[in-house]
Design a protein around this ligand. Structure first.
Ligand code: SF4
Ligand code: SF4
Length: 420
């Protein structure tokens, strides 16, 4: 796309945004894979339309607020980046654009309040636990509350699992083959702390020692993807400082966090920590990819046959390119039969805080994903992201098909522990 973006005036990511715009040749191959284009049928709600809108704003020809509704409806799922034959770096473009636009756009009082609530709660496990507990108490009067607040309450599970404190170091079983550090995640520690416990056990089973840095914080992805650049940069700098350098890899088990860590060099463009951010991102790897690369030791077969639907989390498949490793690990477990979903590349509608900020589209996508899962006849669903897990679980229940859903690593852990 031809442009006249003044890269010298558009911040440290100006060049990258301009490159992404220039790479788009309007071919439209991305349109059929874009969930919002599929649901809304509007060019401006497609990747190509959004690239045009961002270009116009960056050139100064369109006010930020005119483009905002279309940009806000983007899930950041990056299905378009996978489909694009021209290699448009859509993720870099939209993340950088959102940070820049946030400084000048106007928001209503309730939008500001909701954003503050999300950014001051979700990234802090202690606060989130408190808020989730309190939220369950006011759920009976949710109908009286503003729509987005009611949506937030609806996403809180009926009961919270008990806390699972993690050891600072989990030794490898048998001969040590590697040493890694684990990013524990924020919301995941409150909503499904068993995922981290399973991750530690599976790594130990595979001869990997794991350190869990005590002072680690939120990865910053939630902030970055909603344009809160200052908060995202602070989170990145903090984690770069507190994670040890003498480990083989930094392991993530939440796709959204993993994709966030890979974006640290982008968030810290022009900052003194940019180089360190590059090293940090290069050492970051998803748990399934790591196990696959290190030489996975398959668990014993399940006692009975289990059809399992694997859901590709967008921030794993599209953002990190991790598709085959989780499937290979699952297929190595005897009696697991993998079921592929129709339209597997389409987002489930979770997308960080998207289901709170854009509840209607999130609802349509969640229901569509749940129906695709039900159609496979699977008796279990597995995925690599806590947000997808919660979204799919709630929609399966809404459709009266409460198929059990686990993180991929939990099913592997169960197999090692012969729980079938
Ligand atoms: S597929 Fe790529 S090049 Fe084609 S319109 Fe979409 S973003 Fe542009
Ligand atoms: S990131 Fe997802 S929702 Fe946004 S334009 Fe690309 S495909 Fe569409």
């Amino acid at each position: 796309m031809q442009h006249t973006i003044p890269t010298g005036e558009t911040g440290p990511c100006g060049e990258k945004m301009a490159e992404a715009v220039a790479a788009c040749v309007h071919c439209g191959f991305c349109l059929p894979t874009c969930p919002t284009y599929q649901q809304l049928g509007e060019e401006m709600d497609s990747p190509r339309g959004r690239i045009f809108l961002m270009k116009e704003v960056l050139e100064g020809g369109l006010p930020v607020d005119a483009a905002a509704p279309y940009i806000d409806r983007c899930l950041g799922c990056l299905s378009c980046a996978t489909a694009c034959p021209s290699g448009v770096a859509y993720g870099e473009l939209i993340t950088s654009y959102r940070t820049r636009a946030e400084n000048v756009r106007r928001r209503t009082f309730s939008q500001k309040l909701l954003r503050k609530l999300i950014l001051k709660t979700l990234p802090y496990p202690g606060r989130f636990h408190l808020a989730a507990t309190g939220g369950r108490l006011v759920r009976p009067i949710a109908r009286l509350l503003p729509r987005q607040l009611a949506t937030m309450l609806a996403l809180i599970p009926g009961s919270l699992p008990r806390k699972e404190p993690l050891p600072e170091c989990m030794p490898a079983k048998g001969k040590r083959r590697g040493r890694v550090a684990l990013l524990a995640g924020c919301a995941q520690q409150v909503l499904a702390p068993q995922i981290n416990v399973a991750t530690l056990r599976v790594l130990a089973e595979n001869g990997i020692e794991v350190v869990v840095p005590r002072d680690q914080g939120c990865c910053g992805a939630l902030a970055a993807h909603t344009g809160a650049g200052k908060e995202a940069r602070a989170a990145a700098k903090h984690n770069i400082n507190v994670f040890p350098r003498d480990v083989d890899a930094i392991i993530t088990n939440a796709a959204g966090c993993g994709s966030g860590l890979h974006e640290y060099p982008l968030w810290l463009a022009g900052e003194p920590e940019q180089e360190a951010a590059g090293h940090f991102a290069a050492r970051t790897v998803d748990i399934c990819q790591y196990l696959h690369d290190v030489g996975f030791r398959p668990p014993p077969p399940l006692t009975t046959s289990l059809p399992v639907a694997y859901h590709d989390a967008c921030h794993l498949a599209h953002a990190q390119g991790v598709r085959s490793a989780p499937r290979a690990l699952l297929e190595s477990i005897g009696n697991v039969q993998l079921c592929e979903l129709a339209d597997a590349e389409i987002c489930c509608g979770s997308a960080g805080s998207y289901s709170i900020e854009q509840p209607e589209i999130a609802l349509q996508l969640g229901e569509r994903k749940a129906r695709a899962i039900i159609a496979t006849g699977a008796q279990m669903v597995v995925t690599g992201n806590i947000g997808c897990l919660m979204q799919i679980e709630s929609h399966l229940k809404r459709l009266s098909h409460p198929i059990p859903i686990l993180h991929t690593i939990q099913l592997i852990d169960r197999a090692y522990r012969a729980e079938g």
